[in-house]
Design a protein around this ligand. Structure first.
Ligand code: C2E
Ligand code: CA
Ligand code: CA
Ligand code: CA
Length: 275
């Protein structure tokens, strides 16, 4: 029999209550997770499109939850941002990534994602400077990735922070480029070094001339501005072939490598980079 309207409302309320409880439980667990060190960094290769040499690795955090298993960053990073844990979590991530990268035999780039909230933390420049000093990582090996959403905040202040970070020698990447609200003008205005074109742009690139034209445009603009352009989300040989033809230099995607644990990095075989 069909549930009455009243019954359906009750079911809905139960559902909402369960969602709410689950969310509260995750929030509590996140606090504990920081103390218990349940976070782990995976690393995904950034490769030169023509040679397949490694350009660097992007650090991507996972949460090894004691009972729920591995939780992806898309689930817990937004919660950490909301409950005020992202600054501490982000500092730990940056420290771990720089510590690991300082041990690699090859001086590859290490790219680390920064939450907009982390970027606004009062002493972010000092934090980055301190971590570089403590780990001994050469500043030019560190690339900080951030999305266009940083621009929702006070632009003048954000630009100053980005300039101060670049003055340390680190490079700045605009992540998920093309998915935000902003226009091409940000490429002219923001102090940054690298454009990461979002994976939504390459999905149909091998099938659809319009998609190819857009990617070509971003690569041309990037080249003219002297930026490195990284195309994300390369999954097929056809997509790889296409971006090679267009003249893209660096890309990242499952075709080349999935994100792997630090301990697995030496199982990657690259033409002439040895980790
Ligand atoms: P993102 O920075 O855009 O990272 C790229 C995401 O795309 C990663 O998902 C990666 O596994 C996935 N990816 C890479 N290649 C391919 C591909 O060929 N196809 C497809 N379909 N996906 C691909 P992941 O690791 O789940 O991370 C999701 C997002 O979580 C990241 O997106 C980033 O916004 C955030 N995130 C991850 N680690 C951190 C971190 O340490 N700090 C902060 N603040 N955010 C992080
Ligand atoms: Ca990223
Ligand atoms: Ca991205
Ligand atoms: Ca993303």
């Amino acid at each position: 029999a069909k549930a009455s309207a009243q019954e359906r409302i009750c079911l809905f309320e139960d559902y909402m209550q369960a969602e709410f409880d689950d969310r509260k439980a995750l929030e509590n667990d996140l606090h504990l997770a920081l103390e218990r060190d349940e976070f782990e960094l995976y690393y995904q290769a950034q490769v030169e499109v023509v040679t397949l040499n490694l350009r660097g690795l992007e650090a991507l955090v996972r949460w090894n939850h004691p009972t729920r298993g591995q939780i992806p960053p898309g689930v817990f990073i937004p919660i950490a941002e909301e409950i005020g844990l992202i600054v501490e979590l982000g500092r730990k991530i940056l420290l771990t990534a720089c510590t690991e990268a300082a041990k690699w035999k090859q001086p590859l780039k290490i790219a680390v994602n920064l939450s907009p909230i982390q970027l606004q933390a009062p002493n972010i420049v000092e934090i980055v400077m301190g971590i570089l000093k403590d780990t001994g990582l050469a500043p030019e090996r560190l690339e900080l990735e951030m999305t266009e959403t940083v621009l929702l905040n006070d632009r003048k202040r954000v630009f100053k922070i980005l300039n101060d970070l670049r003055a340390l020698g680190v490079t700045i990447a605009m992540d998920d480029f093309g998915t935000g609200y902003s226009s091409l003008a940000i490429l002219r205005d923001i102090p940054f070094d690298t454009i990461k074109l979002d994976k939504s742009f390459v999905r149909d690139i091998a099938l659809n001339p319009e998609a190819e034209a857009l990617v070509r445009l971003v690569i041309d603009v990037g080249n003219h501005l002297g930026k490195t352009v990284i195309i994300e989300g390369i999954e097929t040989d056809a997509q790889h072939e296409c971006i090679r033809r267009i003249g893209c230099q660096v890309s990242q995607g499952f075709l080349f490598a999935r994100p792997v644990q630090a301990s697995k990095l030496d199982f990657l075989h690259w033409s002439d980079a040895e980790l």
